[in-house]
Design a protein around this ligand. Structure first.
Ligand code: GLU
Length: 451
């Protein structure tokens, strides 16, 4: 039997990091079993769907290395309405489903309980229109086989007769999702823990439709530092947001795979091919997984530092080319220094933009502090003007000497120079920066701020 897994996002918002983790796990599982990865876009919530979200899913997957052409699809749930309708018809014909016209208020009124499940009122009324409910068993249990969670067992009498189709006959998520999985020959459903409560209902549908249920795997919910489920209203959850800040796909992929799983040995930063080899779905820890942005950031810094220099330069270019006057050759001269200092690619801009702009914008707070020792600047300018060589070592020796005559240690002496030249109080090593910036521009910037 060929393993067939699917990733089935709904295009109703930005691509969630938890979704990215499920996609990667499905991807690896398919690869390990020489199986097929199917991408199904669950686009039946027409009120909330937008085509750009589907585009976002495709490009996010591509960024993660799940590129078009290497999987089946994208298939669209809306294209399977015919199969879904056929399944609903079959369930009605077999007496496994029935029409129902009750509203929520009706149920509350009859049961006197605001939280009551459906009370079965329409079960045997023989209605011929309305919403359609699945008739669940009143006794016995349903056991689902879950690779991560063992065999959770649910009591059937606690599972209400649930809706499978709306009044207009269209399938709701629970049914459409099952019919599509059946139609697409899915053997393993690897998805978020949030869907675990749906699973006994869905397994009943598989069985009622005459199919052997798939193997389930519900991967742990992703939570923030307060142990709350990551939410798009509260937390930064969009994969795109991380990509746009300059996270590397390799760092992100590595980090996402550690949510609920760990590679062998005492290590966390692990090449992707090792993860692909070592990952075991059955070893995924069912407890909630903490998405630690600080740790991800540290990972990213390490991945950035490990890049070969040319690749680092290439990776920075989408950000650098936003700086007017950007010049790759000039950047190449400081790239190695910058590479050790940033954790996000986007941070490259504030580190090197002073090299390309005509005049840096001076950070006022930084200048307010550094200007206390700005009286040194005329002497610095004079000494720099006299230099016959313009290199980092000479520049440093010169500033040390000028500082001594003013009784200023190097740290204090260089503060006004740094702010005048780069606009900021922190950044790349100062003297290398001055060397690359050149004599003329350095002197012009110092002169502009010398009192
Ligand atoms: N469209 C559902 C979701 O995004 C898919 C659920 C499933 O994977 O079965 O949550």
């Amino acid at each position: 039997m060929t393993v067939r897994v699917r990733f089935a996002p709904s295009p109703t918002g930005m691509f969630h990091v938890g979704g990215a983790r499920s996609a990667l796990q499905n991807w690896i599982f398919a690869k390990q079993h020489h199986g097929v990865f199917v991408l199904r876009i669950e686009d039946t919530d027409t009120a909330r769907n937008r085509p750009e979200w589907t585009e976002g899913i495709l490009s996010a997957l591509d960024w993660l290395g799940i590129s078009r052409g290497s999987y089946e699809g994208p298939l669209f749930q809306s294209a399977y309405a015919g199969e879904q309708a056929k399944a609903i018809r079959g369930l009605l014909d077999d007496g496994r489903a029935y029409y129902c016209t009750c509203t929520r208020d009706d149920v509350v009124e009859r049961t006197g309980n605001k939280h009551a499940g459906y009370d079965g009122f329409c079960r045997d009324r023989g209605l011929t229109s309305g919403a359609i409910r699945f008739r669940t068993a009143d006794e016995g249990t349903t056991t689902v086989v879950d690779v991560i969670r063992g065999e959770p067992t649910f009591e059937n009498r606690l599972i209400e007769d649930f809706v499978i189709a709306r009044g207009d006959g269209s399938a709701v998520f629970l049914l459409a999702n099952v019919v599509d999985d059946i139609t697409m020959g899915i053997t393993h459903v690897i998805r978020a823990e949030e869907h675990l409560p749906n699973t006994p209902k869905q397994q009943m549908l598989w069985e009622a439709l005459g199919q052997k249920p798939p193997v389930w795997a519900h991967v742990p919910v992703v939570v923030n530092e307060k142990r709350q489920k990551l939410s798009k209203r509260r937390d930064k959850v969009a994969l795109e947001a991380y990509r746009d800040e300059g996270y590397l796909a390799a760092a992100m992929k590595n980090y996402l795979m550690l949510l609920g799983w760990a590679p062998s040995g005492d290590r966390e930063i692990v090449p992707w091919d090792v993860i692909e080899r070592e990952f075991r779905l059955e070893d995924v820890n069912p407890s909630p997984a903490f998405f630690d942005e600080k740790k991800l950031r540290a990972f990213n810094g390490e991945y950035i530092r490990a890049l070969p220099l040319e690749e680092f330069i290439d990776a920075c270019e989408p950000w650098l080319t936003t700086i007017p006057g950007y010049d790759r050759d000039v950047f190449a001269r400081v790239a190695e220094l910058a590479q050790t200092r940033i954790a996000l690619l986007s941070e490259i801009v504030s580190n090197v933009d002073f090299l390309f702009v005509d005049r840096p914008t001076i950070d006022e707070a930084a200048w307010a502090k550094a200007s206390k020792d700005a009286h040194i600047l005329p002497a610095v300018i004079e000494a720099f003007e006299r230099l016959s060589t313009w290199d980092a070592t000479t520049l440093k020796d010169t500033l040390v000497a000028v500082g001594e005559t003013h009784e200023l240690k190097l740290g204090k002496a260089q503060a006004p120079v740094r702010v005048a030249v780069t606009g900021r109080s922190i950044g790349l090593p100062l003297f290398e920066s001055l060397e690359v910036l050149g004599r003329e521009r350095t002197l012009a910037r110092l002169t502009a701020l010398a009192a």
